[in-house]
Design a protein around this ligand. Structure first.
Ligand code: GLN
Length: 187
């Protein structure tokens, strides 16, 4: 928002890696705010849906009756889904199939690297990031822009003002990550 000196980035704080975003967001000159209620959502300029466990997040969204209000918010503000968050945004979820907001035209396979590679590090855009039980984007609409690939699949994508990463940049303690910078530049 132009009238605001500092954009406020709301990190959906139902479950998952929330606090780790604080120093990255602040290093971009923005304000970090954990959010969980409809009232909190009103005051923020952009959303991060953090990494964690997508099934647990889905249950909590259902339990707190947040589905419709989040869907409405995501249509109005930039959103970045990280790992489990990217699963929640995808059009189609596999392994197993589950419900999603269906706002990012990709098909995503949960825990796509299998047990051998459950968790690993990689350099994306020159920055070390963590893949933790990460999903794999198995299909992508041509309207989605690929910002980075790893092991021949897209891992960082952008579609209008929706961004998704299948990895966690926020756990790396070098601030800010290029992904936080790119997201905040969208606002
Ligand atoms: N495997 C998790 C899921 O399917 C995602 C893992 C993560 O967010 N680091 O939801």
């Amino acid at each position: 928002m132009q009238s605001q000196a500092k954009p406020i980035i709301g990190v959906l704080a139902l479950q998952g890696a929330v606090e780790a975003h604080k120093l990255h967001i602040e290093a971009c000159g923005a304000e970090f705010k954990p959010v969980k209620t409809a009232k909190d959502f009103e005051y923020i300029d952009a959303f991060i849906i953090p990494g964690g466990e997508s099934t647990t997040m889905l249950k909590l969204i259902e339990r707190f009756n947040l589905w419709d209000i989040l869907k409405d918010q995501f249509s109005k503000k930039p959103v970045w889904g990280i790992c489990a968050g990217s699963i929640l945004l995808a059009k189609t979820v596999l392994n197993p199939e589950q419900e999603s907001f269906n706002i990012l035209p990709i098909t995503i396979k949960r825990n796509g690297y299998g047990r051998q590679l459950d968790s690993h590090y990689a350099k994306i855009d020159g920055y070390e990031v963590s893949f933790i039980r990460a999903p794999i984007i198995s299909e992508i609409d041509e309207s989605v822009k690929i910002l980075a690939s790893h092991k021949s699949t897209p891992v960082w994508v952008k579609y209008s003002d929706i961004m998704a990463t299948t990895f966690h940049p926020e756990l790396t303690m070098k601030y800010p990550s290029p992904m936080h910078r790119a997201f905040i530049d969208l606002i």
